[in-house]
Design a protein around this ligand. Structure first.
Ligand code: C2E
Ligand code: MG
Ligand code: MG
Length: 820
C-alpha cells in the first residue's frame, strides 16, 4: 500500500514539475527574446536619434551659412574689419561657435573677431567645392566646421569659416542614452520580477493541479486497485462508490459487477466441486502456503484454513507410505503431468480414497516453478466399482465366482497349464432332485440350501481350487496344476462324502446328493467350451448311473452326446412330419375288473428306426421346449379316441393324458382343453391330466392352470407318486382326484416289505383324503390280487394290457367278457 501511495504522489509531482519546467522554459525564452529585442531597439533608437540630431544641425547651419554670407557681404566688400568683428560677435551670440574666421578671396585670414587677431594673413586650407550659396560642413573628430563663400559666382569677396564644438551635442546624446539605459534597466527588472512571479504562480498552480489530480484520480484509482487486490485475495463483495457517470464511475461499477460475478462463479465452482467431491490446489516455489480450493478442505474434512496449508501440513493428512509420492506430485517433481491414487485420513477419522493429479510448469532450467492440480474423492465410485465388479463377477447368493468369472478363470488355468505342461480338471456338479426341493418347499428354502451347499463345497476343496456357481443348482470346480487322477478322485469323493450329512434348514433336515462330471485338459478338450460341454455330459452320465456319484468323461459319453444331438435333430423333423401317435393302456377297477379309463401314451414311429419309448425322447423334447408343440395334437387325438370308443358302445371311459412340466406350465393349456371339449362335446370329467410331483407347484402358472382345471371339473392325477419329493400339502391345495403309485413300488410289492409298506401307506393316505388310487406297472395276478386286497381302486399294467393302438384296443375291449 505504501508503495502505491508513493506512486500516486510521485506522478502528481512529476506532472507539476514537468508543467513548471515547460512553462518556465517558455517564459525564459519569451524574456530572452523580449530582452534581445529591446536591446536592439535601444541601439537603433540611439543611432536614429544621433543621426536625426546631426541632420537637423547641418540643415540649420546651411541655412545660417547662407544668411551670414549675405550679412557679411557688405562689410567684407568694404573690408570694414570692425563691422566684420561686430558681425562675428553677433554670430557668437547666435550660434555660440568655438571660433569664427573671415577670409579674403585668397583664403587669408582677415579677422577672427578678436582685437589682436593672431592668425591674420594666415592661409587656410578650405574644401574645394565651396561655392557661394552652398555652405560646406565638415565634420572633425571633436567639432563641425562650416565654410561658406561670401559674394557671388562672378564676384567672390572671401570666405567665412566657423568652427562649432560638438561637446554639447555629445553631452546631450550621452544624457539621452543614459535615460534610455535607465528605462531599459527598469523594464528588465520588471521583466525579471514578472517572470519570477509567473514561475511562482505556475509552481503553485501545478502543485494545486497535482493535488487535485491526486484527489480526483489517484484516490479512487488507489481504492480500486486496493479492491482489485482484495478480489485477487478472495473477497467477492465490493462496494466501490460508483455514483459518478464518468469513466471512473463506470470502472467502479464494472469492478463491483466483476467481483459479484466472480462471487457467483466461485459459488458455482464450489458447489460443482462439492457435488463432484472435487478440489483444486496450486503450489508455487516462491510461496510457502498452498492455494487450496474449498473442495480440498471439504475432502480433507477440515474448515478452510483450519490447519497449516503448507506442503508439510498437507502431507500429514496422507498415509505415511504415500507421502513421498504426494510431495512429488504437489511440487511437480516428476516434471510432467502425473496422477496417483492415495488414501487420506480425514479429520473425522474416516479413511478415503483420492485421486491426486498435478501439472507442473517448469522454468528455463527445467525445474518446477509452480504446479496446479486437482484432488478428487473417489471412495464412493471405487466402492460402486467394486460392488459392480462383485455383481458382475460373483454370485449374489453364494458369493462364489459366477459363470462369467468362471470362464475367465478356466481360460487362465488352461493357458497356464498349457505353458507348464500340466493337466487341469474341470468338475461339473449338479445337485440331484434340487428342483423337487424348490418346488415343494419354496424358493427361500432352495436358496438357503444352495448357500449351505456352497459352504460345504468350499470346505471340501483346497484353497487354491476354483469353485464357481454356474446358476441354478450347478457348480463348477477347477483343479489346477494336477499331476495324477488320484487327486481328482480324492477331491470328488470328499465332495460326495460331504453331502452325506443332512442340511439343516428351516427346522428340517434335508438330504441331497450331488452328481459330478469330470473332464480333463488337454485330454478331453483343449478349449474351455469343450471342457465344460464334456464335463456336463459326464455329469449326466453320473446322474443316469444313479445320482450322488461322479463320472469321468469318456469317448462313449461323447458318442452318446452326439447321439442325443442326432435325436434332437430327428425330433424336430418328426414334429414337422407328424411322426407321433398315441397308444392307449386300459385302467381297470380291482373290484370287478371293469375298464374305467385309458392312459394315452406317446409313440414315435421313426421311419428309419424302431419305435422308441417316450422315456427316451420326452425328456429331450422337454429340455428343448419342443414338447409344447405336441400338447394340442395329443389332446385332440385322445378326445377323438374317446369319441370313437363311445361310438363303439364304450361309454363313460376316462382318458388320462400325460403332461410334462413345460406343458402344464403353458398358459395356453386351459384354452386348448376348452377348444377340444367344445369340439368333441365330451364332458370334462372324462379327461384326466397326469402330472408328476416334480412338475409341481410353487410355480404360479402351474397353480393357475391347476385351478382352471378344477373349475372345469377336469380330473388331476399325480403320476409316479412316491418317487418325487412327496410333500402332502399340495394334495389338498390342488384338488387332486387320483394318485398313481409308481411302478417301482409295485415291482417289489410282494418281495420287499419296505415297498409294501409304502404302497399300504399311500393307499391309506388316498383313502383318508378321499382321493382315488391307481397302481401302475402291474404285471401279474399276484400283484393284482394283493393290490385289490390292500384296497387300491384301479390298476394298470401289462397284466391287464400293454399300451395298444386304438384299433387293437377296440378289438381287445370287444373281446372282454364285460364288453357291451
Ligand atoms: P408313465 O406316465 O408313468 O407311463 C407309464 C409307463 O409304464 C409307460 O411307458 C408304460 O408303457 C409303462 N408300463 C405300463 N404298464 C407296464 C408294466 O406292467 N410293466 C412295465 N415294465 N411297464 C409298464 P411309456 O409308454 O414308455 O412312457 C414312459 C413315460 O413317458 C410315461 O410314464 C410318461 O411319463 C411319459 N409319456 C408318455 N406319453 C406321454 C405324453 O403324451 N406326453 C408326455 N408329456 N409324457 C408322456
Ligand atoms: Mg403316466
Ligand atoms: Mg407313471
Amino acid at each position: 500500500m505504501g508503495k502505491l501511495n508513493r506512486l500516486s504522489t510521485r506522478y502528481a509531482l512529476y506532472f507539476a514539475a514537468s508543467l513548471t519546467l515547460i512553462l518556465s522554459i517558455t517564459l525564459l525564452l519569451a524574456g530572452f527574446f523580449h530582452y534581445s529585442g529591446t536591446q536592439e531597439l535601444r541601439r537603433e533608437l540611439q543611432q536614429s536619434f544621433s543621426s536625426v540630431h546631426s541632420a537637423s544641425v547641418h540643415a540649420t547651419l546651411r541655412a545660417s551659412g547662407r544668411y551670414l554670407s549675405n550679412r557679411l557681404f557688405n562689410p567684407l566688400f568694404d573690408l570694414d574689419i570692425s563691422r566684420l568683428n561686430e558681425e562675428i560677435e553677433q554670430i557668437h551670440a547666435w550660434l555660440d561657435p568655438e571660433a569664427v574666421q573671415i577670409l579674403d578671396a585668397d583664403k587669408r585670414v582677415l579677422t577672427d573677431g578678436t582685437k589682436n587677431n593672431p592668425d591674420y594673413g594666415a592661409q587656410v586650407e578650405l574644401p574645394l567645392d565651396v561655392r557661394p550659396g552652398e555652405p560646406v560642413i565638415e565634420t572633425a573628430s571633436d567639432a563641425s566646421i562650416m565654410v561658406f563663400a561670401i559674394g557671388h559666382d562672378d564676384c567672390l569677396h572671401g570666405y567665412a569659416r566657423i568652427r562649432f564644438s560638438d561637446a554639447k551635442d555629445r553631452a546631450l546624446l550621452a544624457s539621452m542614452q543614459q535615460k534610455v539605459d535607465e528605462l531599459w534597466q527598469d523594464s528588465a527588472r520588471q521583466l525579471l520580477l514578472t517572470t519570477f512571479i509567473a514561475v511562482g504562480l505556475m509552481v503553485l498552480a501545478s502543485v494545486l493541479i497535482g493535488w487535485r489530480l491526486s484527489q480526483s484520480l489517484s484516490r479512487p484509482l488507489r481504492a480500486m486497485s486496493e479492491a482489485a487486490e482484495q478480489v485477487a485475495a478472495g473477497r467477492r463483495q465490493l462496494d466501490l462508490s460508483g455514483g459518478k457517470d464518468d469513466e471512473l464511475g463506470r470502472l467502479a461499477h464494472s469492478l463491483n459487477d466483476m467481483a459479484a460475478s466472480l462471487g457467483k462463479a466461485d459459488h458455482l465452482l464450489t458447489r460443482a466441486q462439492e457435488i463432484a467431491a472435487f478440489g483444486s490446489w496450486e503450489w508455487r516455489r516462491d510461496r510457502p502456503a498452498l492455494i487450496l480450493s474449498h473442495g480440498v478442505w471439504r475432502i480433507l474434512g477440515l474448515d478452510p484454513g483450519a490447519v497449516d496449508a503448507s506442503v508439510i501440513g498437507l502431507l500429514e493428512r496422507f498415509e505415511s507410505k504415500d507421502r513421498a509420492r504426494v510431495r512429488a506430485i504437489i511440487q511437480g517433481g516428476s516434471g510432467a503431468t502425473a496422477e496417483i491414487e492415495v488414501r487420506v485420513r480425514r479429520a473425522d477419522g474416516e479413511t478415503r480414497t483420492l485421486i491426486l493429479k498435478g501439472e507442473p510448469s517448469l522454468d528455463a532450467g527445467g525445474q518446477p516453478r509452480s504446479c496446479i492440480g486437482t484432488l478428487q474423492d473417489v471412495t464412493e465410485q471405487q466402492e460402486a466399482r467394486q460392488q459392480l465388479m462383485l455383481l458382475a463377477n460373483y454370485d449374489n447368493l453364494t458369493r462364489l465366482p459366477n459363470r462369467h468369472l468362471f470362464y475367465d478363470l478356466l481360460r487362465q488355468a488352461i493357458k497356464k497349464a498349457h505353458r507348464q505342461g500340466h493337466q487341469v480338471a474341470l468338475l461339473f456338479l449338479d445337485l440331484d432332485r434340487f428342483k423337487a426341493v424348490n418346488d415343494a418347499l419354496g424358493h427361500a428354502v432352495g436358496d438357503k440350501l444352495l448357500e449351505q451347499v456352497a459352504r460345504r463345497l468350499k470346505s471340501a476343496v483346497r484353497d487354491g481350487d476354483t469353485l464357481a456357481r454356474m446358476g441354478g443348482d450347478e457348480f463348477t470346480l477347477i483343479l489346477d496344476a494336477l499331476v495324477d487322477k488320484t487327486a481328482i478322485h480324492k477331491t470328488a469323493e470328499r465332495i460326495i462324502a460331504s453331502f452325506e450329512r443332512p442340511f439343516a434348514i428351516a427346522q428340517r433336515e434335508l438330504f441331497i446328493s450331488v452328481s459330478m462330471g469330470i473332464a480333463l485338459f488337454p485330454g478331453d478338450g483343449d478349449s474351455s467350451e469343450m471342457l465344460l460341454k464334456n464335463a456336463d455330459s459326464a455329469m449326466y452320465a453320473a446322474k443316469e448311473r444313479g445320482k450322488g456319484c461322479f463320472h469321468f468323461f469318456t469317448q462313449e459319453l461323447d458318442r452318446l452326446a452326439h447321439e442325443r444331438f442326432v435325436i434332437e435333430h430327428a425330433l424336430r423333423q418328426a414334429i414337422e412330419r407328424r411322426e407321433f401317435a398315441l397308444h392307449y393302456q386300459p385302467q381297470v377297477r380291482t373290484q370287478d375288473g371293469q375298464v374305467v379309463g385309458l392312459e394315452a401314451l406317446l409313440r414315435w414311429h421313426r421311419p428309419d428306426a424302431p419305435d422308441s419309448s417316450p422315456a427316451a425322447f420326452v425328456p429331450i423334447l422337454e429340455d428343448t421346449g419342443m414338447i409344447t408343440q405336441l400338447t394340442a395334437g395329443v389332446l385332440r387325438e385322445s378326445c377323438n379316441a374317446l369319441l370313437e370308443l363311445q361310438q363303439r358302445g364304450f361309454h363313460h371311459l376316462r382318458m388320462a393324458i400325460n403332461l410334462s412340466a413345460r406343458q402344464f406350465q403353458d398358459p395356453r393349456l386351459p384354452a386348448m382343453i376348452d377348444a377340444e371339449l367344445s369340439r368333441s362335446g365330451l364332458s370334462p370329467e372324462r379327461l384326466e391330466m397326469e402330472i408328476t410331483e416334480s412338475t409341481l407347484l410353487d410355480h404360479d402358472q402351474s397353480q393357475r392352470n391347476a385351478d382352471a382345471l378344477a373349475e372345469r371339473h377336469i380330473r388331476l392325477a399325480i403320476d409316479d407318486f412316491g418317487t418325487g419329493y412327496s410333500s402332502l400339502s399340495y394334495l389338498k391345495r390342488l384338488d387332486v382326484d387320483i394318485l398313481k403309485i409308481d411302478r417301482s413300488f409295485v415291482d417289489h410289492l410282494l418281495d420287499d416289505p419296505d415297498d409294501a409298506q409304502i404302497v399300504t401307506t399311500v393307499l391309506a393316505l388316498a383313502r383318508g383324503l378321499h382321493i382315488e388310487s391307481i397302481a401302475e406297472g402291474v404285471e401279474n395276478a399276484d400283484q393284482f390280487e394283493r393290490l385289490r386286497q390292500l384296497g387300491c381302486d384301479l390298476v394298470q399294467g401289462y397284466f391287464v394290457a400293454r399300451p395298444l393302438p386304438l384299433s387293437v384296443l377296440l378289438d381287445w375291449m370287444r373281446a372282454r367278457p364285460s364288453a357291451p
